[in-house]
Design a protein around this ligand. Structure first.
Ligand code: SF4
Length: 234
């Protein structure tokens, strides 16, 4: 190979040729070791996201006409959840409201707008996390989901958690932490404290709809969000 002047070292040797010779030796060494592919973290991440998306699609297809509980009678759309299938953090609320039922998307009403702002305050967009609810169909008049409804819908939530495999789950409001822990807990007492449920880190905090009704609690919610940020690292 011809070597341009600016690639020629002070010793007179061509730096490009030296680099190519060294690279060839390194590739031969890798081949001898049986390594035929160099890891590409970006590509691997892309493959993981694609695999998890397909797995989520598969379970949604399975549940799309679900009549496992009485909530199916009142729904317009099932609200499975949305966001990054490979999210580090998963937010779990109570159940879809009127707007969510109409659009088939979680947290799109006023409470959803507040959640979006809360996420932005700690450097996340909605697409970075995964957002869902303990029940996927709207309870009439926005009442709390009943125990039998939560139990009927729980295999779907558990499957979502298993596929997404988040580092941290944030539960929004009392029904969500009750559903996950199986215990009736006081949200004002346990909020902001990390719990270990089924081997997973769970951080309970207030539901954004509750914060809209009780703005004085926003300061505590902000503390919880700061805890979340710390748990996930920089
Ligand atoms: S809430 Fe869950 S279990 Fe009940 S009908 Fe909807 S998808 Fe099925």
């Amino acid at each position: 190979m011809l070597c341009k002047n600016y690639f020629t070292g002070t010793d007179g040797y061509c730096k490009v040729n030296i680099f190519i010779t060294q690279l060839n030796s390194f590739l031969e060494f890798l081949t001898d070791m049986g390594i035929t592919e160099i890891a590409d973290p970006q590509r691997r991440r892309g493959e993981t996201i694609q695999r998890k998306s397909l797995e989520l699609e598969e379970i949604y297809t399975h549940w799309t006409d679900c009549t496992r509980c009485k909530l199916h009678q009142w729904r317009t759309n099932i609200v499975f959840g949305e966001g990054n299938p490979d999210a580090e953090v998963m937010f779990i609320g109570e159940g879809p409201g009127e707007e969510e039922d109409k659009q088939g998307r979680p947290f799109v009403g006023r409470a959803g707008q507040l959640l979006t702002l809360m996420l932005r305050a700690i450097g996340f967009e909605r697409e970075d996390v995964f957002i869902t609810n303990i029940v996927k169909c709207r309870p009439p008049k926005n009442r709390e989901p009943e125990k039998d409804e939560v139990i009927a819908c729980s295999p779907l939530l558990q499957k979502q958690i298993e596929i997404i495999d988040p580092e941290l789950i944030v539960t929004l409001g009392k029904p969500a932490i009750t559903a996950l822990s199986g215990e009736k807990l006081s949200i004002t007492k346990i909020r902001g404290r990390v719990m270990l449920i089924g081997g997973r880190k769970v951080l309970p905090t207030y539901h954004p709809a509750y914060l809209l009704r009780n703005p004085a609690r926003k300061r505590e919610a902000w503390e919880d969000l700061k805890t979340l940020r710390k748990l996930l690292g920089p």
